[in-house]
Every structure is written in structure tokens, then in C-alpha cells.
Design a protein around this ligand. Structure first.
Ligand code: ACO
Length: 327
């Protein structure tokens, strides 16, 4: 049987750090409020001359180096992002050009914070069916460029960064075991960037109303739905594979809020040592959050060969999903 595996990882976060104390000087907030409500202490911000494809390139080159392959070896490039370099063409095409990965097809995935899990599922299918052999999947975000820095409900939450994986065929035990994807578009208005699309094309009026920036209608509502959705996705994934929560060596959940991650871990009765978190340093980097966390976990030795990983994410749409991986 032909399966797929994550053969290498890489990540990149920009140098510039914005702490909660910096935010105290910009808006009516406090380090104490942000830390207790979200678990975030600081986040990274891209430079003015750095866009999503630049972040993606750094993470991709690290992953390719870890695997010892060249850009010409790539068959497909997918970039999961809600902050594309431009609305047109895709960020994946910018990345293909930057890497000079001439053989690769390239496209973007728009599933917000669940984009990496969606990409993993697509890559797994392409590899299992033999369509592609070597796939670069990147979650990359420059959220600081679409955040409304006067809106304390959202600007404290987000950060910039990119995480990349290379997915390749295998016949061995170390493989992607399953992926599950879900969405409910009736919640589209909970979290959105209304301006800049075909409903509200960019105009002076749209910009004046700040509609080209991220809007979150009810953080608390998102919190409740997200917690339940990630719990259900994680439990269904384990059940589908005849696994118990006690089989999970490491849960890597989308890093949106440490209380959401803790709630999922508690429902699965996972001890803290089996739950990965880097939200304190990175904030919510949307589609980049799981691959950045995965790379950090791999490089720091938190993930070892044979470990069972459970990934779970939720995001705007709403979208959510899970993946089970034997490392
Ligand atoms: N500093 C100080 N006070 C604040 C801030 C802030 N930065 N932001 C909001 N508040 C205030 C609110 O105005 C509210 O005040 P009020 O009661 O006077 O109206 C109060 O704090 C409490 O607000 P709640 O919404 O009840 O706070 P909650 O405990 O739910 O925490 C939070 C808010 C952190 C946003 C939480 O709901 C959350 O994390 N939700 C999930 C959001 C999320 O993850 N969104 C991204 C989805 S992923 C994607 O696709 C991009």
C-alpha cells in the first residue's frame, strides 16, 4: 500500500517582536488581560518589505534542506493562507518563482486556520493515488498587515510566520494515518475580512470604514464553537482509527487560545506533557500555527520516531479538522 508521510519540516518567524507591554502603549489593554484570556505574551511581525511569500520561502528552504532535496524535486506547492501576497495570482505561484521550482504545480488553499490540515488531506490523497511524489505544503501568514491596530478585540491575538512540510510516499509505519475535514458556512460572519473581495471591492469608502481589516463579531461565540469543534474532530479521528486518547503522544492544536487548547486536552484527559504549545511566543498565526509548532516540536526532540501525533484546528468559515500521524 502506498501511504504518505511528513518527510521534513521547516519554519520561519520574523525578527520583530511585539510584546503585550508594547500593545499597552497602543490600545486600552493590559499584559495581564491578554495573558490570562489568551496565553499570548508576544507575537512576531513581518517587515513592511516582507510579504507572505517571503516568509513561506524561508520556511520552505529550511524544510528542503532538512530533507536534502532541491526545488526542482518538487511536484506540487500548496500554500495555505488568508493573507496572500496579492489576491491574484496565488502566493504558491510567487513561492514557486522564488524557489525556482520549475516542475511544480502551485495553488493556494483558503480554509483560514484549518488550511494546513486541509492541505495535509489534499497532499495525502495526491500521494496515495500516485498523482504526485514530492509535495511542499506551507502555512504562511502576514496577519499584521490585515489586523486593525485600533481594535483591541482582535489585534492582540494575531502574529506572523510560516511553517513548511514536505510530504512524500512511504510504505512504512511512519505515515499520515487519517485526516478529517469539516465546515459550516452559516458561521461566515463570525470572523471575516469583508472588504477587498467581489462583494465589497476596495474603494475609499471601504477603506474609510476599515472593512479591509479583520473583523471578529463575537470572540466568545467563536471560542465556544471552536472548543466544541476541535474536541469533536479530535475524538472522531481517534475513534475512526480504533485509538484511545491514551495512545496520543503529542497533541498539536491550532494555537489560537491556551484556554481552548487546555479544554481540548482536558476532554481527552491528556496530561500537559502530551500537549504542545508555543502560543505565548507566536500568538495566533492562522494557517501557519500548526506547521510552526510541528517544526519546533520536531527540532526540540519533543517528537520521536514512532510517536502518535494528533493535530486539530479550527478557523474562519467556519472550518475545522483533525489529522492522526504516526511519526
Ligand atoms: N484588552 C482588554 N479588554 C478587552 C480586550 C483587550 N485586548 N479585548 C476585549 N476586551 C474586553 C471586551 O471588550 C469585553 O468587555 P465588556 O465586557 O466591557 O464588553 C471583555 O474584555 C470580555 O470579553 P469576552 O469576549 O467575554 O472575553 P473572552 O474571555 O471571551 O476572551 C477572546 C476574548 C480572547 C477573544 C476569546 O473569546 C477568544 O480567544 N476567542 C476565540 C477567538 C479566536 O481564536 N479567533 C480566531 C479564530 S481563528 C482564524 O480563523 C483566524
Amino acid at each position: 500500500m502506498r501511504y504518505s508521510r511528513i518527510a521534513a519540516t521547516g519554519s520561519y518567524v520574523p525578527e520583530r517582536v511585539l510584546t503585550n507591554f508594547d500593545l499597552e502603549k497602543m490600545i486600552d489593554t493590559s499584559d495581564e488581560w491578554i495573558l490570562t484570556r489568551t496565553g499570548i505574551s508576544e507575537r512576531r511581525l513581518s517587515r513592511d518589505d516582507e510579504d507572505t511569500s517571503d516568509l513561506a520561502e524561508r520556511a520552505s528552504r529550511e524544510a528542503m534542506e532538512a530533507m536534502g532535496i532541491a526545488p526542482e524535486d518538487l511536484d506540487l506547492i500548496m500554500v495555505a493562507t488568508i493573507t496572500p501576497t496579492m489576491p491574484l495570482p496565488s502566493t504558491a505561484c510567487f513561492l514557486q518563482d522564488k524557489l525556482q521550482a520549475r516542475r511544480a504545480a502551485a495553488f493556494d488553499i483558503a480554509a483560514a486556520c484549518s488550511g494546513f490540515i486541509y492541505g495535509l488531506s489534499i497532499a495525502d490523497s495526491f500521494i496515495r493515488t500516485g498523482t504526485y511524489h514530492t509535495i511542499l505544503l506551507v502555512g504562511s501568514e502576514a496577519l499584521s498587515k490585515i489586523v486593525d491596530w485600533t481594535d483591541r478585540n482582535t489585534c492582540v491575538l494575531f502574529g506572523d510566520g510560516a511553517g513548511a512540510v514536505i510530504i512524500a510516499p512511504t510504505e512504512g509505519e511512519s505515515r499520515i494515518i487519517s485526516t478529517h475535514l469539516y465546515s459550516n458556512g452559516s458561521y461566515w460572519d463570525l470572523l471575516m475580512q469583508p472588504g477587498g473581495g467581489s462583494r465589497y471591492p476596495i474603494s475609499p469608502e471601504i477603506i474609510e470604514k476599515n472593512l479591509h481589516k479583520i473583523k471578529m463579531m463575537s470572540g466568545n461565540e467563536v471560542f465556544k464553537i471552536a472548543t466544541r469543534a476541535m474536541e469533536d474532530a479530535a475524538i472522531s479521528a481517534l475513534k475512526h482509527n480504533g485509538l484511545e486518547p491514551s495512545d496520543v503522544d503529542l497533541l498539536i492544536a491550532h494555537q489560537a487560545n491556551h484556554r481552548i487548547i487546555r479544554a481540548v486536552a482536558q476532554r481527552l484527559r491528556l496530561p500537559e506533557k502530551n500537549v504542545f504549545s508555543n502560543i505565548a511566543k507566536c500568538g495566533n498565526t492562522s494557517a501557519a500555527s500548526i506547521p510552526i509548532a510541528l517544526d519546533e516540536a520536531v527540532r526540540s526532540g519533543r517528537v520521536k520516531e514512532g510517536d502518535l501525533l494528533l493535530l486539530a484546528a479550527f478557523g474562519a468559515g467556519l472550518t475545522w479538522g483533525s489529522a492522526v500521524i504516526r511519526w
